[in-house]
Design a protein around this ligand. Structure first.
Ligand code: SAM
Ligand code: SF4
Length: 353
C-alpha cells in the first residue's frame, strides 16, 4: 500500500501575480501545479429515489427548483467546449442520473461529441430496464452502488430500493455490454464492514470490480466522523490475509482507485482512500453541478457559475475561459486532514459524486 499523497506536485504557484496572469490561454486545461484536467463529471440532477444514510437525510431534503437545472442543450454545450479543451472522458452522475427524464437522449448527445469514454454512476434501481437503450445511445460503462449483499441491511443503509433489483441491474448492464462493471461500496464502521470478505468473494465469483470507498465528510446531515470511516489500508489487510493481492495501479494513473488483483488471477478490487490517502497530486477531475456551477474539487466551496453565461448570450470563448479559470484556481489538495478543514456547504448528491 502506498501512503501519503501519492504523487508529488510538479511545481508550486508562481509568485507575484494576481493568480491568473500566467494562466495559459491555449492547450489543455491545466492548473498551477501542472495537473492536466481531462475528466469531466456531469451531475444531471440533485434528485434521487433513495436516501442512503451516508448521503441524504431520510426526510426533508430540499431540491433545486427545476428552472435552475441546466437543460440538455446547456449540458451538451459545456461538454462540447470541455471536449475542445482536451477533456477526454465524461462520467454522468447526480443525485441519481437515471431519475432524470430523457437521460438516454442526453447520453446520446454527450456520446456524439466524441469523448474516448462516457460512463455513468447509478444506484442501480432503474437501470435494468434502461441498460440496452443507454448502451445504444453510446454509454460505455456503468458503476453501480451497492453497500450490502444482505437484503435487510441493504434496505437499512439505502433506506429505499431493493437489493435484488440492484443485482438484476448488474446482470442487465453486463448483458448490454456496459463493462467492465464496477460496484461501489461505501463502508461504514459497525454497519457493513463485516461484509468486506463477502464483497471480495463477490468480486472473485462475478469478475465485477468491487471498489471500497472511504466515507467522506459530504453527507447532507453532517453526521460524518472519522470513527465511522473504514480505511482502504484496513480493507487491504483484511482481504489480503485471506486472498493475497497484487497492486495493479500505475502510480501516475489519475483514476481515484488503487487497483489490486487477486494473486491467483480471480478478479480485482479497488480502494478509494480519499480521506486517508489523498490522491490530489494526480487529480484530473473537473465537475459541473446540475445547476451549472463548475467545481474543481469535491471539497472546495469555490464555484464558477456557468449558467448565467449560458443563458445570457455568452460565447464558447467565454465558456472556455471560465473552464480555464476554474481549473487554474484549483488548490493543491482537499485539506480534509488539515486542522482548519471546513466541510463544503453542498453535500455529495448536490455536487455530483
Ligand atoms: N446515485 C448514484 C449512486 O448512488 O451511485 C450516483 C451519485 S452518488 C452521489 C455517487 C457515489 O458517491 C456513490 O457510489 C455513493 O455511494 C457515493 N457517496 C455518496 N455519499 C458519500 C459519502 N458521504 N462518502 C463516500 N461516498 C459517498
Ligand atoms: Fe441517492 Fe446515490 Fe446519494 Fe444514495 S448515494 S442517496 S443513491 S445520490
Amino acid at each position: 500500500m502506498v501512503t501519503g499523497v501519492r504523487v508529488a506536485l510538479s511545481r508550486g504557484p508562481s509568485r507575484g501575480t494576481d493568480g491568473f496572469d500566467d494562466m495559459p490561454l491555449e492547450g489543455p486545461l491545466v492548473d498551477r501545479y501542472g495537473r492536466v484536467h481531462d475528466d469531466l463529471r456531469l451531475s444531471v440532477t440533485d434528485r434521487c429515489n433513495l436516501r442512503c444514510v451516508y448521503c441524504m437525510p431520510n426526510e426533508g431534503m430540499t431540491f433545486l427548483p427545476r428552472q435552475d437545472i441546466l437543460s440538455f442543450e446547456e449540458i451538451e454545450r459545456v461538454s462540447a467546449v470541455a471536449h475542445s479543451l482536451g477533456v477526454r472522458s465524461v462520467r454522468i452522475t447526480g443525485g441519481e442520473p437515471l431519475v432524470r427524464r430523457g437521460i438516454c437522449d442526453l447520453v446520446g448527445r454527450i456520446a456524439r461529441l466524441g469523448f474516448d469514454d462516457v460512463a455513468l454512476t447509478t444506484n442501480g434501481t432503474k437501470l435494468a430496464g434502461m441498460a440496452a437503450e443507454l448502451a445504444e445511445a453510446g454509454l460505455r460503462r456503468v458503476n453501480i452502488s451497492c453497500d450490502s449483499l444482505r437484503p435487510e441491511r441493504f434496505a437499512d443503509i439505502r433506506r429505499r430500493g431493493r437489493m435484488d433489483v440492484v443485482l438484476d441491474s448488474m446482470d442487465a448492464a453486463e448483458a448490454a455490454g456496459l463493462t467492465p462493471l464496477k460496484v461501489n461500496v461505501v463502508l461504514l464502521r459497525g454497519r457493513n464492514d463485516d461484509e468486506i470478505l463477502d464483497f471480495a468473494a463477490f468480486a472473485r465469483d462475478t469478475g465485477r470490480v468491487v471498489r471500497f470507498i472511504e466515507y467522506m465528510p459530504l453527507d447532507a446531515e453532517g453526521h460524518w466522523s472519522r470513527e465511522q470511516l473504514v480505511s482502504g489500508r484496513e480493507v487491504y489487510e483484511r482481504i489480503s490475509a485471506v486472498w493475497p493481492l497484487e497492486a495493479v495501479s500505475d502510480p501516475g494513473d489519475p483514476a481515484p482507485a488503487d487497483r489490486y488483483r487477486f494473486s491467483d488471477g480471480n478478479g480485482e478490487i479497488g480502494l478509494i482512500s480519499t480521506v486517508t490517502e489523498p490522491f490530489c497530486g494526480t487529480c484530473n477531475r473537473l465537475r459541473l453541478t446540475a445547476d451549472g456551477a463548475v467545481r474543481n474539487c469535491l471539497f472546495s466551496d469555490a464555484e464558477h457559475p456557468v449558467r448565467d453565461l449560458l443563458r445570457g448570450g455568452g460565447s464558447d470563448e467565454d465558456l472556455a475561459m471560465l473552464l480555464r479559470r476554474a481549473v487554474w484556481a484549483k488548490l493543491p489538495g482537499h485539506g480534509i486532514n488539515d486542522p482548519g478543514f471546513l466541510r463544503p456547504a453542498r453535500s455529495m448528491s448536490m455536487i455530483g459524486g
